[in-house]
Design a protein around this ligand. Structure first.
Ligand SMILES: [Zn+2]
Length: 50
């Protein structure tokens, strides 16, 4: 069972960690994620089980 992050906007699973955003906002412990498909960036991406 593998947990995958999905884009909340377009449901794509093509997600990468966006550490540049995390470095800018260092008060936030969680890294941001970026969708490679639609370009959506955020700290909360829902997980799905596949
Ligand atoms: Zn997306």
């Amino acid at each position: 069972m593998v947990r995958k992050r999905i884009c909340p906007k377009c449901k794509s699973m093509d997600i990468t960690n966006d550490w540049s955003v995390a470095n800018i906002a260092r008060e936030f412990a969680n890294p941001a994620f970026r969708c490679n498909k639609c370009g959506f960036t955020g700290t909360f991406f829902p997980e799905t089980e596949e």
